[in-house]
Design a protein around this ligand. Structure first.
Ligand code: SF4
Length: 214
């Protein structure tokens, strides 16, 4: 079983050579950026965990806070505020004062991958931190997975097969003591094409609210 100390990787985590090389290239080109494994953000007593894919190069990799600074963060944080899982105002900066309430956000893969596409070996390597993250949340009840990479890694981290839960927006599954709700990822592509609307996304977090309170 993972320890709580391992829930967050070290700033210079050396375990994925390709991602370390990308991190170092970004550090050389943009020394003012965060350029490290994006730490989980939120309430250590959270009953809701939101799991994304991986930091965007100019999002969390730049700012150091999940979903902060890229397009996906606008919809995610506005939706969390509406559902009562965040308070304050999202201004795309880690010092905007936004607070998560009964909620934490993390990523399945903590380092930014080239093209937003982690390799399966990188997902497997980083899963130790995801598993430790789940273990370190004593009140965790509901997990919202954003997209397929998130879903399969949460399932594996919970000791289940990657294909154990159904895909599709709004699908639910009992996973090792947690209730999983699957959502399409709040990426610019999904919202621009209408695959994910604000109402669909709000529906997921309304359901999460109901499950957290049940
Ligand atoms: S992706 Fe995860 S395991 Fe790989 S180097 Fe980054 S923090 Fe370490």
């Amino acid at each position: 079983m993972a320890t709580h100390e391992a829930a967050e990787p070290p700033r210079d985590c050396p375990l994925c050579p390709r991602l370390v090389a990308y991190r170092e290239a970004n550090r050389a080109a943009h020394p003012d950026w965060f350029n490290g494994p994006a730490p989980s953000f939120g309430d250590p007593e959270a009953r809701l965990l939101v799991v994304g894919l991986a930091p965007g190069r100019t999002g969390a990799n730049r700012t150091g806070r999940p979903f902060t600074g890229d397009y996906a963060g606008v919809l995610l944080y506005e939706t969390l505020i509406k559902a009562g899982f965040a308070r304050g105002r999202y201004e795309a900066r880690p010092d905007d004062g936004l607070e998560l309430v009964d909620c934490m956000i993390t990523n399945a893969v903590r380092c930014a991958p080239p093209g937003n596409k982690p390799e399966s070996s990188e997902e497997a390597t980083c899963r130790r931190f995801l598993g430790a993250r789940l273990d370190a949340l004593p009140r965790l009840k509901v997990i919202v997975t954003l997209g397929d990479v998130s879903r399969r890694n949460v399932l594996r981290a919970a000791g289940l097969k990657a294909g154990a839960a159904p895909g599709g927006h709004g699908a639910e599954f009992d996973a090792g003591g947690y209730r999983l709700i699957n959502s399409y990822h709040c990426s610019r592509l999904n919202t621009n094409t209408g695959r994910l609307t604000a109402a669909m996304f709000e529906g997921v977090f309304a359901r999460a609210r109901a499950l957290v309170e049940s």
